[in-house]
Design a binder for this molecule. Structure first.
Ligand code: SF4
Length: 417
């Protein structure tokens, strides 16, 4: 039985109870949310389960992994460790260079978070080109990742040849910007075939159901700049993914919908989130960023965090982080940390919109009022950095205003009067 099948049968299993406990939710409520497809639970053997979806804390994902241009397995493994240390909830390994199997194995060894892969990345890397990938190799690779214990996989099954023709005619500036989507689309056009993930969808679901792996339906048709609005290919992909999600659920597989990642103007973010949620039966929505501007390059983690906070506040459940090196290079370890922190802040702001203000903000404010530095660092999302900056000020109090500290002045004067 999969988690979804147990939930549908009304069984409050251990994994459902543990996921509920983390969210301070009654197991019976968690069970109903899972049964409705509104929450998924990612699991990894021997590690805590992670719930993603409606009514629970917004989660963040950190992408790591080698590229064809930059291959340093040790650095990628350090990025995975840093992502976990600074609060990522899940890790996605996107490695396309070097010893991909060994890198994944090390990530398993060095982390305790759920791990996602996009098997077509490794299929293309192993074959040397998307042209050389066979459907049987793709299915075999999915099975290999599943048997190794990954928690979720991403496939780009939501488009067909008709949408590719629409894309050919479209007036988009950026065309298709999804890497997995572009591999899949190029394979289809090269071989004059239909989307292999659609043709083998039931087979893929039965592989995933074996180990209760979550299916993440990728977002190939997302917009690649804020001037490319939601168009017909993108709308059709949402509809197709909603239909595939229903089918996967029938086969016992939990589903996350990837949507509107990339670039969406700020005014459209809440309305797009609402549309995705409505069209997909309120399944967990995973967004990358989104970036509400295209000119933040070099600082896209900041732009992405603004978009992520708006999206989470409007109901997105799961944010894929963006680092300062987005659109420029593979991130460094420090940039991974910056991306994780930026998106922890975004998710927290999103949750304060969705669920109300958190007591952690109140606690920190009380410590700030007392100029109690150590306790401020305890409640801060990144206390290490806060402490380091404070100590650089080289005074025992705060060097921002020094002896003219507004809080101290008013404390004294309000006490007197
Ligand atoms: S010195 Fe200025 S910045 Fe620092 S705590 Fe006081 S009011 Fe705040």
């Amino acid at each position: 039985m999969t988690i979804l099948e147990d939930a549908l049968a009304g069984r409050e299993t251990d994994v459902i109870s543990r996921a509920a406990r983390v969210e301070r939710m009654k197991p019976s409520i968690m069970e109903k949310l899972v049964a409705s497809g509104r929450v998924v639970i990612m699991q990894r053997e021997g590690k805590p389960p992670v719930g993603i979806g409606q009514g629970i804390r917004t989660k963040i994902n950190a992408n790591i992994g080698t590229s064809t241009e930059k291959i340093d397995a040790a650095v990628e493994i350090e990025k995975a460790r840093v992502a976990e240390r600074y609060g990522a909830d899940t890790i996605t390994d996107l490695s396309m260079g070097g010893p991909i199997d060994a890198i994944r194995e090390s990530i398993f060894r060095e982390t305790s978070l759920p791990i996602t892969t996009v098997p077509i990345y490794q299929a293309v890397a192993d074959a040397g080109s998307f042209r050389a990938v066979s459907e049987s190799e793709l299915l075999a690779l999915i099975e290999k990742h599943v048997l190794e214990g990954i928690s979720s996989i991403v496939i780009h099954a939501g488009f067909d040849r008709d949408q590719l023709e629409q894309l050919r005619e479209s007036r988009r500036i950026m065309g298709m910007v999804s890497k997995g989507g572009s591999f899949t689309a190029a394979w289809m056009l090269e071989k004059d075939r239909e989307n292999p993930f659609r043709s083998h969808f039931d087979e893929i679901c039965s592989i995933l159901a074996e180990k209760d792996v979550v299916l993440s339906l990728g977002n190939a048709m997302r917009s690649g700049c804020i001037h490319d609005p939601m168009d017909e290919p993108q709308n059709k992909e949402i509809e197709n993914n909603a239909e595939l999600a229903r089918r996967a659920n029938e086969l016992g597989v939990q589903v996350i919908i990837e949507g509107m990642g990339g670039h969406v103007s700020a005014d459209r973010i809440p309305q797009y989130v609402a549309r995705y949620k409505r069209m997909t039966g309120h399944r967990p929505l995973f967004v990358a960023g989104p970036l509400p501007t295209d000119i933040g390059v070099g600082h896209d983690h900041i732009a992405g965090a603004v978009g992520g906070a708006l999206a989470a506040g409007a109901g997105a459940d799961y944010l894929c982080y963006i680092t300062p090196s987005e659109h420029l290079a593979l991130p460094t370890v420090d940039q991974v940390k910056e991306g994780v922190i930026a998106f922890k802040i975004a998710a927290h702001i999103g949750d304060s919109i969705k669920y109300g203000l958190s007591s952690r903000d109140r606690k920190l404010a009380k410590c700030r009022r007392k100029r109690d530095w150590e306790d401020q660092f305890k409640y801060a999302l990144d206390g290490d950095t806060a402490r380091r900056i404070h100590l650089q000020g080289q005074t025992e109090s705060c060097s921002m205003c020094g002896k003219y500290c507004a809080i101290a002045i008013m404390e004294e004067y309000l006490k007197r009067s």
